[in-house]
Design a protein around this ligand. Structure first.
Ligand SMILES: Cc1cc2nc3c(=O)[nH]c(=O)nc-3n(C[C@H](O)[C@H](O)[C@H](O)COP(=O)(O)O)c2cc1C
Length: 382
């Protein structure tokens, strides 16, 4: 877990011999993740922004990502489709064809020009889709033919078609090719999206997976598809360029599991065999107890079982993040909504500056500026 042990608590240490006060902000301490020497631990979480018309990343994303880039910071791009069956929302980017690869290049270059490290999140929505997003208006594909209840999140989700056993290697291969394409586009690595109720998560969770072949039933069988993807991607681009995102405790899009603790632990241990760079896990939804937010399930057992870098995400603010680093609960903390609304979030955390509020109503609009690149930076006095 590398430099995690170098984290120190947020202390205001006054040297005996001088009157000066120095404060260490744990989130702003360096960390070595594989070959990457990160200058701080504030990660840009993957954030779908639905501004990639016709599944092609657009020039306005250059400014958006560049604004959020810090030198030797770690940034994860929004969920990006691995194939023409991978979409379920309007204007999400892909990385399965040449045009998309070329369109990503200037965006990746812009992040690199500012010294940032940039991974692409590889995504397949599975059954979280409708006929209109599928080639020839076909049924979305999944591990199951059980659909997400129409009306969930206000969408009339189409009933999926369960993949035949012999079709599964083809989907694994799409992830492999997408990883290769991401490297061709210049990304430093990829994050396999195994969270939030999408295809990989659908296979893992027993509320969604009702298969009777070797990809369903036991925990081992349900994790076979995700691990085959990991293996294929690792073989294609190397383990040091691969991370994985999981949300074992979430039941988003009706993909819950009856034993999330066992699922998380099983995956952490299985991923060790592939020596991937990092595991990125989303906290279970925080619940309010006696006016205090508490996390009902700790990620600590998963973190302890995994040998690589551990990233925690989900509902963190500056104090929670500092605590997570100081207590060695995580090596890095990913921020979604706060980073969306604060392009200079690491700087603001460093000096404990006030934060811009995010505007939920502009998260997913197609506007190339509004709610995207118009969140203000801190005004630094001249
Ligand atoms: C606008 C928006 C888009 C998101 N898109 C993605 C995505 O593409 N991939 C993903 O894994 N999670 C996605 N998430 C989840 C975030 O990465 C993150 O886990 C979540 O927002 C909780 O973290 P936060 O409390 O710091 O915002 C998205 C969240 C938001 C608000």
């Amino acid at each position: 877990m590398g430099g995690a042990t170098t984290a120190v608590a947020a202390v205001s240490a006054t040297a005996n011999t001088t009157a000066s006060t120095t404060t260490t902000v744990p989130l702003l301490t360096p960390y070595k993740m594989g070959k990457f020497n990160l200058s701080h631990r504030v990660v840009l979480a993957p954030l779908t922004r639905m501004r990639s018309f016709n599944n092609i990343p657009q020039p306005h994303a250059i400014k958006y990502y560049s604004q959020r880039t810090t030198k030797d910071g770690f940034h994860i791009a929004e969920a990006t489709g691995v194939s023409d069956t991978a979409q379920g929302y309007p204007n999400t980017p892909g990385i399965w064809n040449k045009e998309q690869i070329e369109a990503w290049k200037p965006i990746v270059n812009a992040v690199h020009e500012k010294g940032g490290i940039f991974f692409c999140q590889l995504w397949h929505v599975g059954r979280v889709s409708t006929y209109e997003y599928q080639p020839n208006g076909e049924a979305p594909i999944s591990c199951t033919s059980k659909g997400v209840t129409p009306g969930t999140d206000g969408v009339d989700w189409s009933p999926p078609r369960a993949l035949r056993t012999e079709e599964i290697p083809q989907i694994v291969n799409h992830f492999r090719l997408a990883a290769r394409n991401a490297i061709e586009a210049g990304f430093d690595g990829v994050e396999i999206h195994g969270a939030n109720g999408y295809l990989v998560d659908q296979f893992m969770k027993d509320h969604a997976n009702d298969r009777t072949d070797q990809y369903g039933g036991s925990l081992e069988n349900r994790c076979r598809f995700p691990l085959e993807i990991v293996e294929a991607v690792v073989n294609e681009i190397g383990s040091e360029r691969v991370g994985m995102r999981l949300s074992p405790f979430a039941a988003y899009m009706e993909a819950g599991d009856s034993n999330p603790e066992a699922l998380g632990l099983y995956m952490a241990k299985a991923l060790n065999k592939f020596q991937i760079l990092y595991l990125h896990v989303i906290e279970p939804r925080m619940i309010k107890l006696n006016d205090k937010y508490e996390t009902p399930h700790s990620l600590l057992p998963i973190r302890s079982a995994f040998n690589g870098t551990f990233i925690a995400a989900g509902g963190y603010d500056r104090d929670d993040g500092n605590k997570a680093i100081a207590e060695n609960y995580a090596d890095l903390v990913a921020y979604g909504r706060l980073f969306l609304a604060n392009p200079d979030l690491p700087k603001r955390f460093e000096i404990n500056a006030p934060l811009n509020k995010y505007n939920r109503s502009t998260f997913y609009i197609p506007d190339p500026v509004v709610g995207y690149t118009d969140y203000p930076f801190l005004e630094v006095p001249a």
